[in-house]
Design a protein around this ligand. Structure first.
Ligand code: TGC
Ligand code: FAD
Length: 391
């Protein structure tokens, strides 16, 4: 069942690049968003509620770890499929896409890429089904853009590690069964650990009073002498390239996801502009409103092409971190601008929860900040093209 009023823009026939499988996956996720998210999201956002039950539904849809091989419970899909799933989820709300992003790219990806065979078998199938929920602890109260300066530490105690420190702004921390935590060892080397919520000394206080991503659970992770069994360390990576590789995957998903939020705003504004009459004419007949709609569609189209090309490169293992940064930065800013412009087309109605623009706009303020701020991604591009770090 699809939203009859939702007209997904495809001005340059980008759909022709998609396979039948891509279209089927997109349709399944779009229908689920229409059925399970659209009727409820406004209420969840207004009440600052994360609908934890959706994790199982996302698992059934194949939206948790879509590109993780089937042998570990994933859907074994390609990167374009992952991108399309993210677009459809974020059309519903960035909070929903966030939940799927974190589970897929920041929890399943590191366990799949850097975990032992035992860790993969133990955790991945349950994470793929949504039976287990994970979160990712990199950011700290004193270290956001510069996670390499993290203060969280592990000490080798023979049969276990002792973990101390705190992580901040962690999506799903309050509902997670386990956290993938990045901490420095006694030699100052960053290591990844799988930490269970029931460990003594582990707490996850919620961060309240957010105006953004209100349908997402955000909190801290506090580790007070937490004993982590030795078998819970990710054996195959040392150093900052561990967490930063996970970010490549999540940022890639966001580059696609933000297009969904923009499409939802565009579609609502286009419909409204044809129905709303002022001065005896639909407002869609005024040149100034047409300018907004035409520019919005141009920007969405450019973002779609960027995402599609990045997906092709990612499928071929040729996408560079700097290309991913450029796409994340461009597409999120595009979506934020589209949310603002399309809200204006609705006049006063645009500030209500009857339309999605304000919710998307507020969400996108987080999206433009997390996974590397807008400015940090510009500096990554600057570094890539000049060879000079300006951090
Ligand atoms: P730098 O000295 O440049 O590099 C350290 C090591 O890491 C390697 N590396 C990468 N590897 C893989 N992918 C990347 N993107 C990489 N970038 C760097 C690099 O080659 C080096 O390796 P090696 O072997 O030589 O040691 O690192 P730096 O410490 O100077 O930092 C660079 C910088 C600023 C770009 C990086 O720290 C950064 O990206 N900062 C932004 C922080 C960030 O994005 N945090 C995100 C937290 S998670 C989150 O927000 C989740 S939101 C989830 C949701 O709800 O959807
Ligand atoms: P800061 O690093 O303090 O930056 C403040 C400002 O200074 C920014 O404008 C920044 O661009 C600028 N700045 C910093 N350094 C430079 C520089 N060298 N040159 C120029 N300007 C600079 N983190 C996780 O680990 N896991 C999560 O699940 C997670 N989820 C999140 C969910 C939400 C809703 C939010 C808002 C954040 C989340 N984060 C998460 C944290 C997020 O990644 C950080 O907020 C982000 O990396 C920025 O860090 P900061 O907020 O400490 O800002």
């Amino acid at each position: 069942m699809s939203d009859q009023k939702y007209i997904p823009p495809d001005y340059f026939q980008i759909d022709e690049f998609l396979s039948d499988e891509h279209r089927i996956i997109r349709r399944a996720v779009r229908d689920w968003v229409y059925r399970s998210i659209k009727p409820n999201i406004e209420n969840w956002a207004q009440h600052n509620d994360f609908p934890a039950h959706i994790m199982r539904e996302l698992g059934e849809l194949g939206a948790l770890g879509p590109y993780i091989p089937e042998v570990y419970g994933g859907a074994g899909l390609d990167q374009i499929s992952y991108g399309l799933i993210m677009t459809e989820l974020e059309r519903g709300d960035s909070s929903i896409r966030s939940a799927a992003s974190v589970q897929s790219s920041l929890v399943m990806y590191p366990i799949f890429t850097f975990g032992s065979e035992e860790q993969k078998q133990k955790y991945l199938p349950k994470l793929a089904s949504g039976e287990l929920v994970g979160c990712f602890g990199l950011t700290e109260p004193n270290h956001g853009s510069d996670p390499g300066s993290m203060e969280t530490r592990i000490k080798d105690k023979g049969d276990h590690y002792l973990l101390n420190g705190a992580k901040m702004w962690i999506t799903n921390s309050g509902i997670a069964d386990l956290a993938v935590v990045w901490a420095k060892d006694e030699a100052g080397i960053v290591r990844g650990l799988i930490v269970h919520k029931e460990s003594d000394g582990y707490s996850a206080p919620e961060i309240k009073n957010k105006w953004s991503l209100r349908a997402s659970n955000t909190g801290e992770l506090v580790f007070d002498n937490v004993k982590v069994p030795k078998e819970n360390i990710l054996p195959s990576v040392k150093g900052m390239k561990g967490p930063l590789s996970c970010l490549n995957s999540a940022r890639y998903g966001i580059a696609w996801g933000a297009i969904g939020a923009a499409m939802d705003c565009y579609s609502s504004a286009l419909n409204y502009s044809k129905e709303r009459t002022q001065f005896g004419k639909p407002i869609a007949s005024f040149q100034l409103q047409q300018k907004k709609l035409a520019e919005i569609l141009s920007e969405i189209t450019k973002a779609q092409l960027l995402a599609w090309r990045l997906g092709v490169l990612k499928n071929e293992n040729r996408a560079t971190p700097a290309q991913i940064s450029m796409a994340k930065r461009n597409n999120v800013k595009m979506a934020l601008d589209v949310a603002r412009e399309s809200r204006q087309i609705l006049g006063a109605m645009g500030i209500t929860g009857d339309f999605p623009m304000m919710r998307h706009m507020m969400n996108l303020e987080s999206v433009i900040t997390y996974e590397g701020t807008h400015d940090i991604h510009l500096l990554i591009t600057g570094h890539d093209i000049t060879g000079i770090s300006a951090f």
